[in-house]
Write a protein that binds this ligand. Structure first.
Ligand SMILES: [Zn+2]
Ligand SMILES: [Zn+2]
Length: 122
């Protein structure tokens, strides 16, 4: 799990507390907390704020490899995305190949300060 605020991978599952957490669990959301910056956030496989980007549904990896759609095994589930020309990706750690319509952004856990381009927005 990558922290949406500081991108540290040092996050742990937070205990559910309060009505919002219980409501979130209906949507499959789990509360997490970052050890590095103490930021509390909600996540499915990945943090909510990162969920709009292509990621591996198995491990939450964003460091994906673009592959040709021919390399993704044909199945009923991916018939539609294949026909619609979604991009095909491969997750190296779990060797999962899948389609995604989401934009690709290589979000990597960082132990170092964020690059200057991110700081420029504030
Ligand atoms: Zn953090
Ligand atoms: Zn994966």
């Amino acid at each position: 799990m990558i922290c949406p605020q500081c991108r540290s991978a040092d996050c742990f599952r937070s205990r559910r507390a309060g009505i919002l957490d219980f409501l979130g669990s209906f949507a499959g959301l789990r509360p997490w907390r970052c050890h590095t910056c103490d930021f509390r956030f909600y996540a499915w496989r990945v943090a909510v704020s990162f969920a709009g980007y292509a990621h591996c549904s198995r491990c939450g990896n964003f460091d994906l490899e673009r592959v040709s759609s021919d390399r993704v095994a044909r199945s009923i589930r991916n018939f539609l995305p294949r026909s619609l020309g979604f991009r095909a990706y491969r997750c190296d750690p779990c060797r999962l190949k899948f389609f995604s319509i989401r934009p690709y952004r290589r979000i990597l856990p960082s132990m170092a300060p964020l690059p200057a381009e991110n700081a420029a927005h504030s």
